[in-house]
Ligand binder design. Structure first.
Ligand code: AMP
Ligand code: GLY
Length: 418
């Protein structure tokens, strides 16, 4: 098969790394890719938000299967354009991608199918939203309705903070959007990844990430500084509850509404007293969660994604090893605030690249033979082992072999489970 992956982060490097190992994969192209991805695939310079460009590229290169990594092309309807032209695609339609693109949409789906989640209200103007917060009190959660690159959520500890967040949203901080106000849920967060072909569902793993930039879960939120899989808090009993009360009802409701969901559903969950409630859905793999999932699934990932895209999930099976994976993100000094681009990373060439240790690239480019940092999150050093402690040791061994003074990482990834 000729396979095209859209995206150029650590998630797409992990997908490409796993898929490359499957003998079904003949030619693998990643657009736009990065310096690490160039080691396992061809990289193509392409505007992945342009339906016309992606379609033309797929036609010219006789692509048999397109895998869409990030949410932006999904929200832009790139999967619809490809599917309408007869291509096999992994990733939901623009309509189904509303499960990530609109918080209010997801809440309405939850209400329609009775999925447990935080109580919520939506407002189109600041004054009634402020009044509602005053009446409810704090803590309370304020969200911009649309896609906000992970920055549209404020967990307000006081009514004043909540009012300020509402004002910022209506002053246009996230474009023209309404506000969703939610009950604050206490508990432990974890992520659950489920493939769906629109009808059937197949869980493909659990993970926990670390959103705060600093050790001990301190400092501002980031896209994720590390992750590990499996997440012990998501016991089999809780996974069963989530499938029965949240995921299957969501998939059935989406199909009933004429928006069947095909792709990976990433359920962000809050677990308290042995019961999970939905925090949010994403309609793509998490980054860096994908790195630990792919490390555990390996080459069979392609068979699973294919079964999903072809509507054959009912017959798909996963072969699980009794293993653990852990990934540590190296980011540019200053991230998630402003940071410098273009610093040189040394020591990457001599690192092991095995099914137990992989350094996935998130934001890198090659120039004159050197690897340069080009993003905020730059590398995801990933280890796999029989225990989480072994995976942890292997991931940090990679970190310690990298020479990059302009980068940093958290030293405590996995602390909760270790
Ligand atoms: P979201 O973008 O919806 O995932 O929200 C980002 C983060 O805010 C989540 O990962 C949670 O840590 C937190 N959060 C969102 N909604 C709630 C809620 N209703 N209660 C408690 N924390 C929340
Ligand atoms: N690591 C969080 C996300 O991918 O949304």
């Amino acid at each position: 098969m000729n396979i095209l992956i859209l995206g150029g982060g650590g998630r797409e490097h992990a997908l490409a790394w796993a898929i490359r190992q499957n003998p079904k994969c003949d030619r693998l192209i990643v657009a736009p890719g990065n310096a690490g991805i160039a080691g396992v695939a061809e990289c193509a310079d392409l505007d992945i938000l342009s339906r016309a460009q992606v379609l033309e590229f797929a036609q010219e290169n006789a692509i048999d299967f397109v895998i869409i990594g990030p949410e932006a092309p999904l929200a832009a309807g790139v999967s619809d354009a490809l599917r309408d032209a007869g291509f096999l695609v992994f990733g939901p339609s623009q309509a189904a991608a509303q499960l990530e693109a609109s918080k209010a949409f997801t809440k309405q789906i939850c209400d329609a199918c009775g999925a447990p989640t935080a109580a919520w209200r939506r407002f189109d103007a600041a004054a009634p939203a402020r009044d509602y917060v005053t009446a409810q009190g704090a803590p309370i959660v304020i969200k911009a309705d649309g896609l906000a690159a992970g920055k549209g959520v404020t967990v307000a500890e006081t009514v004043e903070q909540a009012h300020a967040a509402i004002d910022a949203i209506f002053e246009g901080a996230f474009g023209d959007t309404s506000v969703v106000i939610e009950e604050f849920m206490a508990g432990e967060e974890a992520s659950f990844f489920i493939l769906s072909d629109g009808t059937d569902c197949l869980p493909i793993g659990t993970a926990q990430d670390h959103k705060r930039v600093g050790d001990g879960d301190t400092g501002p939120n980031t896209g994720g500084m590390g992750a590990y899989s499996p997440a012990p808090v998501l016991s089999q009993a809780i996974q069963d509850q989530v499938m029965a009360q949240i995921v299957r009802p969501t998939i059935a409701t989406m199909a009933e509404k004429g928006m069947p969901f095909q792709g990976v559903l990433y359920a962000g969950l809050m677990i308290e007293q042995g019961r999970a409630r939905l925090v949010e859905y994403n309609v793509r793999f998490g980054d860096p969660e994908c790195q630990v999932l792919m490390m555990r699934l390996g080459a069979q990932a392609l068979d699973l994604l294919l079964a999903c895209a072809q509507g054959r999930l009912a017959e798909a099976r996963i072969t699980w090893a009794d293993d653990h994976a852990l990934t540590v993100v190296m980011a540019a000094n200053g991230y998630p605030g402003s940071y410098e681009k273009g610093s040189r990373i040394n020591g990457l060439d001599s690192l092991p690249e095995t099914s137990f240790q992989m350094t996935f690239h998130a934001g890198t480019a090659r120039k004159d033979g050197a690897i340069l940092a080009t993003g905020g999150r730059v590398l995801a050093c990933t280890g796999r082992g029989a225990t989480l402690a072994e995976a942890h040791q292997r991931a940090y061994a990679l970190i310690d072999a990298i020479d990059w003074p302009q980068g940093f990482c958290r030293r405590d990834i996995g602390w909760r489970a270790l």
